[in-house]
Design a protein around this ligand. Sequence first.
Ligand code: SF4
Length: 495
Amino acid sequence: MYHLSDVKKYLRCPRLFQLDATLPRTPFQPFIRRDEAITDLAVRMFGLTDYFCGERGDDPALAIAAMETNDWLVKARFEYGGLRIKVPFLHRTEAGWDLYFLFAGLYPHADDMQFYCGNVWVLERLGITLDHIRIIHLNADYVREEELDPARLFIISETFYNDRGRPSKNIADLIAGKMTDFAPLLQEMDASSSLPPEAPVRTSKCASRQKCRCYDLCFPAEKEEAPDSILNLIASQHRYDMQQEGRTRLRDADPERLEGFSQQYAQIMADRSGGVFTDRLALQTVLDRYRYPIAFLDFEWERYAIPPYTGMRPYDVLLFEYSLHILHEDGTVTKRSFLSIHDDRRALAESLLHDLPETGTVVAYNAFGAEAIRLRELGQQFPDLKPCLDQVISRLADMQMPFVNGLVYDTRMKGSWSLKSIMAIMDDPGYAALDIQRGMDAVYQWRLLDREETAKAEEIRDELIAYCSMDTYAMVIVYQWLMGLTGKQISIKML
Ligand code: SF4
């Protein structure tokens, strides 16, 4: 018996399908927080009190029998030809049954048609007549008041959406147009599952969108590649071909097959110049714009699918922490931080405005993809603070910019310009000395505090502050390094 997730794996790569069941399961930590059971909220939206509710492991005959006596089926399990599905909502109509898919996002796209077609294929093969096919999704415009209102939280749509969030194709029409017979595919999967795993063959599916979970198993040698390996060439479609041809180093890259990104140029020049490339004049121009006192700022936040607090929309974020390292003109560095549990956005915003110097540059890493957005959101949530928050935005500079624009590259960065990759090449213990190692780990730890699910609250608080502070400390160290590359040595004294 297979699920549609197995079909998806098989279609991505038969080897993935074969290996997946043998790999250890790591506990799933969602990137987006979904504390509220979304199906229960949709049940409340429909106002259902009398309905059949399926459960994991149900005999599929149960749902078929329930159709005799119930007008609504929720999470019902059906099976046909060895394919098992869970149907979010079925509702009896005069012409048959309305099928409702449930999408825990804002704008469902027609990008997983195998899933939609698979559900309809099973239901139709079981002789169930479908009337309308709709999708329930979260309403981007819904703003929570004190109580959550399921009637306004959701939208029911008969269409998918395009990339601009506009209604596009009719769901039922698209499913009808894309429908295939799943029976031969399921037979193929059956045959494949009893064979030894296929040999790995690199395709675009190995690392497209999300890196395949078998990647390191399939291509173990890649982890051992030298820092100046051609495989570290950023955004290169041809790096594997070039490697096969013996162009194994960045310096060997074929100019005819480069995409022309400035980072690629920086990488190749770094390898040709002993490991480091600097466009000194351009870098100096960027750093000359920084004004003392320089405040290095970093936020940590949680993102919720269902808004947990007043004034929040679906998928809004809740800022819970900031860290500041402030570099003064005399080289001294002072530290500030703020950590809240639950909702303390206003106190965070006020504290930040108090802690930030009134003048000088505010530097963040990916400033306009993160900190500027968060500051703008705070301004929308607390209009009286907006002028001051806007003033902070106007002083922002993005420290990632010299790396993104190919002004600096060190081959030891191995194709990555995350703060951690850069800190790894500094003579500093940096992140290696911390208990929390990644931004998402910080969020998972904060969830434990927020849900009051831990007895180690003080310890976790300290670790969170240490992690967020490391990001701003790292920016000070990287700034010092960048200044050194322009020929200006600065000495720093942490207070
Ligand atoms: S890494 Fe590539 S070859 Fe290996 S299982 Fe995944 S998709 Fe298949």
